[in-house]
Design a protein around this ligand. Structure first.
Ligand code: SAH
Length: 239
C-alpha cells in the first residue's frame, strides 16, 4: 500500500495530505475516493486511511486505527558527522536514515574543507528532503532531522547515555569492546571525523565531554563509510 507522511491530523478521525504528494496521489498513482493508503504522522504512529476526496491542493482522508510504527528502533541514535566534501553528505543522510538514525548533526572540525555556517545552512532544506525521501522509501515512522552546522568545540553533547567517537588513532578499544554485552542506554551519539581525520586536540576535548574513542577495525574507512558502518554495528548490538 502507498505510504505518505502527513502532520495534518485533524480532529474527527480525518487527516489531510497537501503539497507535492497530492499530485503524486492524483496524477501518478491515479488513486480515487474510496482507495486506501497508509499514512504516518512523522512522530512514530501510522494507520490505514481511506481517501474521501481529492481537490486540487489537498487529499482528505478518513483515518483508521492508529498504531505505533513497527519500523522505529527503540534506541535513539544521533550521528555527529564532520562535514565531508560536496555531495557526500547526501549519501550519508540517505544511508543512515535507512539504517535507523534519529538525527544527524553536521559538524565543522579543523580538518574539514572550510565552509561558512550560512552557506552550509542554505543547503539544509535539500538535506532534509533527502532525509524525507529516504524515510518514505525505508518506511520509517519519523523523518530524521538534519540539524544546522555546529562547530566541534561548541557541540551540545548533553542528554546522551553513551557517546561513541570513531577515532582512527585508537588502537586499544574496539567498538565491540565498548558496546558488547553491556547496557549502553537508549540515547546514543556517534561521532565521525572528516576525510582528514580528527585533530588530537579535538579528540581530547570530546573525551573530556564524555566521548569514548573506539576503533572500527584495522582498515581506515572513508568518512562516508564510517558512520553507516558504525551505525549498522551499533544497531546489530542493541536492537
Ligand atoms: N585521514 C585519516 C582517516 C580519516 S577517516 C587517516 O589517514 O588516518 C575519517 C573518519 O572516519 C575518522 O576520523 C573516523 O571518525 C572514522 N574512521 C575511519 N576508519 C576508522 C577506523 N578504522 N577506526 C575508527 N574510526 C575510523
Amino acid at each position: 500500500m502507498n505510504r505518505f507522511f502527513t502532520t495534518e491530523i485533524l480532529q474527527n478521525g480525518t487527516a489531510r495530505i497537501s503539497g507535492e504528494d497530492v499530485k503524486h496521489i492524483a496524477k501518478v498513482l491515479r488513486l480515487k475516493p474510496g482507495d486506501s493508503v497508509e499514512i504516518c504522522d512523522a512522530r512514530g504512529r501510522e494507520c490505514e486511511a481511506k481517501i474521501i476526496s481529492i481537490v486540487s491542493d489537498f487529499v482528505m482522508l478518513k483515518t483508521g486505527e492508529w498504531t505505533e510504527s513497527k519500523s522505529e528502533p527503540r534506541h535513539k541514535i544521533t550521528l555527529f558527522q564532520c562535514v565531508p566534501k560536496a555531495g557526500k553528505l547526501e549519501i550519508i543522510i540517505q544511508k543512515c536514515v535507512e539504517l535507523g538514525i534519529m538525527r544527524i548533526v553536521p559538524v565543522l572540525s579543523a580538518r574539514c574543507l572550510p565552509v561558512s555556517k550560512s552557506d552550509f545552512d542554505r543547503r539544509l532544506a535539500r538535506y532534509q528532503r533527502v532525509s524525507l525521501e529516504a524515510a518514505k522509501q525505508s518506511k520509517r515512522g519519523i523523518i530524521p532531522q538534519i540539524k544546522p552546522l555546529q562547530r566541534i568545540d561548541e557541540l551540545d553533547l548533553g542528554g546522551f547515555d553513551t557517546l561513541l567517537m570513531a577515532y582512527e588513532g585508537e588502537t586499544e578499544r574496539t567498538l565491540k569492546q565498548a558496546i558488547g554485552g553491556c547496557d549502553i542506554g537508549g540515547r546514543i551519539a556517534l561521532i565521525i571525523g572528516p576525510e582528514g581525520g580528527f585533530d588530537p586536540k579535538e579528540v581530547a576535548g570530546l573525551q573530556e565531554l564524555g566521548a569514548i574513542a573506539v576503533s572500527l577495525g584495522p582498515r581506515i574507512l572513508r568518512t562516508e563509510t564510517a558512520g553507516m558502518a558504525m551505525l549498522a554495528q551499533v544497531m546489530y548490538e542493541v536492537e
